[in-house]
Design a protein around this ligand. Structure first.
Ligand SMILES: Cc1ncc(C[n+]2csc(CCOP(=O)(O)OP(=O)(O)O)c2C)c(N)n1
Length: 313
């Protein structure tokens, strides 16, 4: 992805989250966990991947899905429980999988993606399938035992997994400093003998370059790698969060390092973007999201007899 294309993908993800937040503010609308503020981490990592790679993600997944090429209309339809959603409206925002894009699962069980990534990678390795497995998780998930089991197993079994810890400073309503004495999750990963790197997760080009290096290393070695992206969740934990516990003082420096504004400033400064092109880009992504909302609203709910299809019982 070019730097401009990465900006476009971040704008799409931001426009999607802004619209979902507006719909939630207007009236009854299903709960979601916003990825606003974390777009550079999602887009930068996905930009380094190939179609044959697999992705496992967590509850804050919209930017991952959109960066991977998911259709916002089908994501929205899924969130709204409509039949045109990626899982026929049965998963909501917290369990989406998109098989055709290699998105194996979205886990709302914190650490669920960490428990499954070695299994996915092992199955693919045994089946001689090409591609690596990417596992996005938060710093809160890293504080669970499964993080350690997953990394240990992946190193012992030499599984080609890119672990991406999106360290967004919060774990639901708890500050990271209250549950971790180390500042960086990468410090823990090093203990398992896999290469680890911590990067500025609000700079999309830095993330893409680091992810490319990580992915190249994994493809060459067949072994896992841990990439930690330092970022910030610009909205509350979930859509019903009053955010009363978050101060403007805490947010300000992170908002000043907003990933989208930074990329816009960089590209304008370099001359690879003009105000005119930026305005056209903004109009196009908002038009896309407007159309997605219309499509999702007008889509039918699943028929009652679909209740027991595509589910385990
Ligand atoms: C096993 C489990 N424990 C607790 C929860 C409730 N919960 C949902 S999100 C969350 C915090 C996760 O923090 P982190 O992994 O840092 O991800 P973030 O929300 O910051 O993106 C918690 C505790 C859950 N869903 N699953």
């Amino acid at each position: 992805m070019t730097p401009l294309e990465m900006l476009r993908q971040m704008l799409r993800a931001r426009a999607y989250e802004a619209r979902v937040a507006a719909l939630q503010a207007q009236g009854p609308f299903p709960m979601t966990c916003s990825s606003q503020g974390q777009e550079a981490s999602a887009v930068g990592v996905v930009a380094a991947l190939r179609p044959e790679d697999r992705i496992l993600t967590n509850h804050r997944s919209a930017a991952h899905l959109i960066a991977r090429g998911a259709d916002p209309a089908r994501i929205l339809a899924e969130v709204m429980g409509k039949a045109t959603g990626y899982c026929q409206g049965k998963s909501g925002s917290l369990h989406i999988s998109v098989a055709e894009l290699g998105v194996v699962l979205t886990s709302t069980i914190v650490g669920g993606e960490l428990s499954m990534a070695p299994g996915v990678a092992l199955a693919r390795k045994m089946g001689h399938e090409p591609g690596i497995t990417v596992c996005f998780f938060g710093d809160g998930a890293a504080c669970e035992g499964i993080f350690h089991e997953s990394l240990n197993l992946a190193t012992v079994w030499q599984l080609p997994i890119l672990y991406v810890c999106e360290n967004n400073q919060w774990q639901a309503f708890v500050r990271r400093q209250e549950t971790m004495l180390t500042e960086h999750v990468s410090a823990w990963g090093a203990g398992y003998g896999l290469p680890c790197q911590t990067v500025d997760g609000n700079d999309v080009q830095t993330v893409r370059d680091a992810a490319r290096h990580a992915v190249d290393t994994i493809r060459a070695s067949g072994k896992p790698y841990l990439l930690e992206t330092l970022t910030y969740r610009q909205r509350g934990h979930y859509s019903g969060d009053t955010e009363a516990h978050i101060t403007a003082q805490e947010r300000a420096p992170w908002l000043a390092r907003d990933p989208i504004q930074r990329q816009i400033s960089r590209l304008l400064g370099e001359g690879t973007l003009t105000e005119q092109v930026l305005s056209e880009l903004q109009d196009a992504v908002h038009a896309e999201i407007d159309a997605a909302v219309r499509q999702a609203h007008s889509a039918p709910y699943p028929a009652p007899d679909a209740l027991c299809t595509d589910v385990y019982a």
